[in-house]
Ligand binder design. Structure first.
Ligand code: PMV
Length: 325
């Protein structure tokens, strides 16, 4: 069987930072994100009864080392669920810069979850696909879902993402540096838990932020949604800055974009900044204001590559699942 799936990255408004269970990828707290309509990943999975190992191709090149091992470990989970021992050929193409904190692993594992479960003949509903994607990369649980998504903390059965209603928001992604990060989010999360004295405060305050965010979204209160988004992101970066040794993903250019966004607010635009495990900054704004935010940033940070994103679709099969020829 062969199946092809497509998924888009998501950017969290309330961040996931820290695992309660590394093997099952259970988060310390719930989180909330916006799945985007840009930078999709398309992944095909084809079963090969004659292959003696999985063959993994990423961006047209054979994957080796950790990247290939993560895909095989993920396929092992799918094979256990399907009661199969057949290996697969996986081919995946990203359109976002890989590893630069633009959530390419979220889109990648969401697409792989949908394609692999279909190829192995599993019939999984949304929550089950989200739980599966979570095992590949925590944030991938949220890319199964379109638009705004909450990923619940909890045990293996209950920790999945589902849609949340809210206002029509989008993001301007300011790519400042597309090189892969030097410290993985996995390693940085562990260091934050083990050595940052702020970590317990992060967990408590993020649970409060998430509850408040749900209220603000339900009320369509964009100012409160934005303020929570920006302060939660800066608090996450503060937690890791307090680790030993300190971890810092934000560059001077990232901080400059945060300052510019604050100036845009003073000038009357509802724009709010956030950043993941990398120097690039995502600016949250009502969909109707995205062009104005992009134009303002373009004149102030000409070196940044700016991409406008609206709420995007959840991960899905593209084309028919078919018997391999
Ligand atoms: O899914 P991971 O392991 O790549 O972790 C992503 C963590 C952040 O992007 C920094 C925050 C988030 O909630 O997406």
């Amino acid at each position: 069987m062969r199946a092809v799936a497509r998924a888009h990255p998501n950017i969290a408004l309330i961040k996931y930072w820290g695992k309660r269970d590394e093997a099952l990828v259970l988060p310390m707290t719930g989180s909330l994100s916006l799945t985007l309509d840009i930078f999709p990943t398309t992944t095909s999975v084809e079963l090969d009864a004659l292959a003696s190992a999985d063959i993994v191709e990423l961006g047209g090149e054979t994957a080796r080392g950790t990247a290939a091992e993560r895909v095989t470990a993920f396929l092992d989970i799918v094979r256990r669920l399907a009661g199969s021992s057949v290996h697969a050929r996986v081919s995946s193409r990203n359109t976002a810069p890989t590893g630069a904190g633009l959530a390419s692993s979220a889109a990648g594992f969401a697409a792989l979850a949908v394609a692999a479960s279909a190829a192995y003949g599993l019939d999984l509903d949304g929550p089950a696909l989200s739980r599966l994607a979570r095992r590949g990369s925590g944030s991938a649980a949220r890319s199964i879902v379109p638009g705004l998504a909450i990923w619940h903390e909890g045990d293996d059965e209950h920790s999945y993402a589902e849609p949340v209603p809210g206002p029509d928001l989008g993001m301007v992604i300011a790519t400042l540096d597309a090189r892969p990060k030097t410290v993985s989010s996995r390693v940085a999360m562990r260091a934050s838990i083990d050595t940052s004295p702020f970590f317990p405060g992060w967990v408590d305050s993020t649970r409060r932020d998430l509850a408040e965010m749900l209220q603000a979204l339900a009320a369509g209160d964009i100012e409160r949604v934005g303020a929570l988004t920006e302060s939660n992101a800066l608090r996450m970066h503060g937690v890791m800055a307090a680790a030993r040794p300190p971890i810092r993903y934000l560059s001077p250019q990232s901080v400059r974009v945060f300052d510019l966004v604050s100036e845009l607010r003073s000038a009357g635009l509802a724009a709010y900044a956030t950043a993941d495990a990398g120097p690039n900054v995502a600016v949250l704004a009502p969909a109707a204001d995205l062009a104005a935010v992009r134009d303002a940033l373009a004149s102030e940070v000409p070196a940044a590559q700016l991409s406008v994103a609206h709420a995007g679709p959840g991960a899905r099969l593209v084309g028919a699942t078919e018997a391999a020829s």
